[in-house]
Design a protein around this ligand. Structure first.
Ligand code: PRE
Length: 422
């Protein structure tokens, strides 16, 4: 049980973990995506304006003006359509001519894409809304703050919800962990990158400093259980043993959620592994600080958006691709040499089962049928898609692959590395 919880790489989904976990079966925590009021406002005002023509006195987002200011990305389009309709109805035309096209006064024309679109600032001029998985105090929330200082962080109960929040315009970006220096890849997010059509627009690396948290007055020897995110449990496995904590370790959806759970349920026999900020938010004391097995523990997060950014060459860029190889021999070797010949360094390669074609049968008349597993390969390389060598490498890769997608070309996180304190 302990080993299974700590060794499992990442929660397949919040629901599964909870249904497997007796702790949550007896004491369910209902994970409702905690949409920020602004988001709820967008949703409410959308339904009110469509069902009641925009009059919903006293309600949230009661008027079209509310709707437009709280969800201005959509409002640009809403304004064009609704003003056009009203103008047509009233016959009172505010039309003028631009480049021979009839257009509406007061309605901003779409701006052509420029280099400033590279900036992470939201197009609607308000705070950038960034979806992350977990509750306040989670490392993903800190990563969202590092990626987009002063953003409005939107907690989501599952990774999938964070993807959907961006797809449905409830958020402008999602920030998701993809790998950790101790625990390795977060496979769930690799799979989701392929299933959704979002683009990677950046990366951040966050030093992850874990604490052992319990209710005030609780001592280590009272504990019969430690709960946390499976990655966090894995990252602290040896230290917990060194601390003499040979107690049950149970996986939950996120680190801060574990702290919240201990606090809300007054559990004096349970500790949570989470951040110091989670201790503060949920009124817990820090029993032990810096309990990750490696003091240089770092998690890499990627930022996702509906649109790709314009790749540049004036600063270090990374590009992430995913491909499935085609028939033939030495395909992976050929693909990787397309980068090697152009002096492009690969920073990561990950393989995942090919969902639609997991097995390939290879007939051999004399011996029988060999069954090969089929994979999707994820590769990160150090070059920008604005560089000819990267474009040529991908043109060559395409020759050996049955499927190729560029997940994103984005600036590398170049934050100076501070060596771990031991
Ligand atoms: O649970 C959290 O606090 C998270 O943000 C998730 C997560 C992860 O998915 O790896 C992020 C960073 C740490 O590596 C541990 C957990």
């Amino acid at each position: 049980m302990q080993a299974a919880a700590a060794a499992s790489s990442h929660s397949p989904s919040g629901t599964n973990l909870r249904s497997l976990n007796p702790l949550f079966r007896s004491n369910p925590v209902i994970l409702i995506p905690r949409y920020h009021p602004t988001v709820v406002k967008c949703m409410k005002s959308r339904s009110s304006s469509s069902s009641s023509g925009g009059s919903n006195p006293g309600g949230v987002g009661a008027t079209r003006a509310d709707w437009q200011s709280s969800c201005a990305i959509l409002a640009g389009k809403v304004a064009v359509v609704s003003q056009q309709q009203e103008t047509e109805k009233s016959g009172n035309s505010n039309l003028s001519a631009v480049n021979g096209h009839r257009t509406l006064d007061l309605v901003p024309l779409p701006k052509p894409l420029s280099i400033t679109d590279f900036s992470p600032a939201p197009m609607h001029g308000s705070q950038l809304r960034v979806a992350y998985q977990g509750v306040p105090g989670a490392y993903s929330e800190a990563a969202a703050g590092k990626a987009y200082p002063n953003c409005e962080a939107i907690p989501c109960d599952q990774f999938e919800v964070a993807f959907q929040a961006v797809e449905l315009w409830l958020a402008d970006r999602a920030v998701l962990p993809v790998e950790n220096s101790l625990g390795g890849s977060i496979h769930r997010n690799y799979d989701l990158l392929l299933r959704h059509r979002l683009h990677i627009v950046g990366e951040v690396q966050l030093p992850v400093h874990h604490c052992l948290l319990a209710l005030p007055g609780v001592r280590t020897d009272y504990l019969s259980r430690v709960i946390s995110h499976p990655q966090a449990l894995a990252q602290c496995e040896h230290t917990l043993t060194k601390l003499g904590l040979n107690v049950a370790r149970e996986a939950v959806d996120d680190t801060a959620g574990a702290a919240e759970f201990v606090s809300n349920n007054g559990l004096r026999d349970t500790a949570a592994i989470a951040s110091a900020r989670a201790a503060e938010l949920y009124g817990l004391q820090i029993l032990a600080d810096g309990i990750q097995d490696d003091s240089g523990n770092v998690t890499r997060f990627v930022m996702l958006a509906r649109e790709p950014i314009v790749p540049r060459t004036d600063r270090p860029f990374k590009t992430s691709i995913v491909f499935a190889h085609d028939k033939g021999t030495s395909v992976l070797f050929k693909v990787l040499s397309a980068f090697a010949f152009r002096n492009i360094s690969l920073t990561k390669i990950e393989s995942r089962p090919h969902r639609n074609r997991p097995i390939r049968l290879v007939d051999d008349a004399n011996v029988g049928t060999a069954k090969h597993f089929e994979y999707m390969f994820y590769v990160d390389f150090e070059a920008s898609m604005a560089e000819t060598r990267a474009q040529n490498a991908l043109a060559e890769v395409q020759e050996f692959t049955s499927f190729l997608r560029v997940l994103g070309s984005y600036p590398m996180d170049m934050t100076p590395w501070s060596p771990p304190r031991d």
